[in-house]
Design a protein around this ligand. Structure first.
Ligand SMILES: NC(=O)c1ccc[n+]([C@@H]2O[C@H](COP(=O)([O-])OP(=O)(O)OC[C@H]3O[C@@H](n4cnc5c(N)ncnc54)[C@H](O)[C@@H]3O)[C@@H](O)[C@H]2O)c1
Length: 376
């Protein structure tokens, strides 16, 4: 099965194509040739793809007389660091890569975010192609131009905005994805339904069993719809002044839980797991602060549970005392990037399918929400 969908992302006046379907990576040489005459390629990938997909893509380019370097690194958010970035810069310098050379990022959000940051900064910007390999990366991190690395306790603390020349979303890659990584990506899919599209939320709820089982028919549909919603929110607001902010639904408290549960610099929760717990936390806040009907909270909880996403976090399962985790979450949430004039900026869904920005939720309600979702 070849190319199935082409979506043009025109986020800030520099449109680029997103190819979505099975086997779309097969056309990669042609897509790069359309954008540049330079024949040097750096593939940045996680070790998982070093000898398989990355090698196959390198072969495709080498058959056309390109010079290709593969740089592989370990998976996981613990590697999304300045040290790994410096290693990539060293390769770029030693191998004399130019601005019109191409960096191809093959991996999940960690590889995509870090490679995007490198591509945006090397010689003030070189060509970038995304080949996202996790569901999370396909529907979220590879679209919208946010690039980042983590800095100490600040998730995505250092970064930039930078778009690729092409994004190749090959759904074959989902087949090998672990059930935990696949499910984690579903949290962002559901988020898009909650903030933007009631019908889509219903579709996800009604088809949860086939979606959980990676049904091909549903995957292409929900991936396409989620990408459309993401583009709709980012278009004309790349720097997150208004409608893009809504995509952060569930992220402020979710990030805080993600970072507070890290052990020795390594994640214990996937990003999407942090988001699903974060969504339950803001749904709780919407109940207390806006009087949102408790059936809405119940509906999210049921859907997450049916899909296997967490709805709370157990401190002991994270190897922590409940009080310690609670205090860490409260401390870390205050470092959130969306903070404005010392107030936390929260996105709350006012009903399923609609969300708004709130700048004045009292902090004690935020503490109550952490209290609610952190278990012993
Ligand atoms: N830039 C953005 O807008 C944005 C949005 C959301 C998330 N993010 C970032 O994305 C990161 C999380 O990304 P992620 O969830 O993709 O995690 P990840 O990149 O760590 O990948 C998760 C795991 O899946 C493995 N893997 C990847 N593709 C696979 C495949 N096809 N088959 C089998 N295994 C595969 C990886 O080796 C890794 O072990 C976080 O750092 C988060 O901050 C960024």
């Amino acid at each position: 099965m070849g190319l199935e969908r082409k979506i043009i992302a025109d986020l800030d006046g520099t449109p680029y194509p997103i190819y979505l379907g099975r086997d779309v990576v097969d056309g990669i040489v042609g897509y790069v040739q359309e954008a540049t005459k330079n024949n040097k390629i750096l593939i940045v990938t996680d070790n998982y793809f070093k000898d398989t997909l990355a090698r196959n893509i390198a072969d495709l380019f080498e058959e056309q007389n390109y010079s290709v370097v593969i740089h592989a690194l370990g998976a996981g958010k613990g590697n999304k660091t300045i040290n790994e970035v410096l290693k990539i810069y060293s390769v770029l310098e030693e191998e004399e890569f130019a601005r019109d050379s191409t960096l191809i990022a093959i991996g999940g959000g960690v590889i995509g975010d870090m490679s995007g940051f490198v591509a945006s900064t090397w010689l003030r910007g070189m060509n970038l192609v995304h080949i996202p390999t996790t569901l999370m990366a396909m529907i979220d991190s590879s679209i919208g131009g946010k690039t980042a690395i983590n800095f100490r306790h600040t998730i995505n603390g250092i970064g930039s905005y930078y778009h690729p020349i092409a994004n190749l979303i090959d759904l074959n890659l989902i087949d090998s994805l672990s059930s935990r990584d696949y499910t984690s990506g579903l949290a962002e899919v559901i988020k898009c339904g909650i903030i933007n599209d009631l019908d889509f939320y219903h579709y996800l709820s009604e088809n949860y069993q086939s979606i959980k089982n990676k049904s091909q028919e549903h995957i292409i549909e929900f991936v396409k719809r989620t990408i459309e919603i993401k583009i709709q929110h980012v278009q004309g607001d790349v720097r997150e002044g208004s409608k893009r902010l809504l995509l952060n639904y569930g992220h402020t408290l979710g990030h805080s839980i993600e970072v507070s549960t890290m052990k020795d610099g390594h994640e214990q929760l996937r990003h999407g797991e942090g988001v699903s717990i974060g969504i339950m936390a803001v749904a709780y806040i919407a109940g207390e602060y806006l009087g949102l009907d408790s059936t809405v909270y119940g509906s999210y909880k049921l859907l997450f549970e049916k899909l296997g996403l967490p709805v709370d976090v157990s401190a002991s399962a994270m190897g922590m005392q409940r009080e310690t985790l609670l205090n860490a979450c409260i401390k870390n949430v205050n470092k959130d990037k969306k903070r404005l004039n010392n107030k936390l900026r929260l996105i709350l869904a006012t009903e399923i399918g609609k969300a708004s920005v709130f700048d004045d939720v009292p902090f004690n309600i935020i503490e109550n929400a952490f209290n609610h979702i952190i278990k012993v």
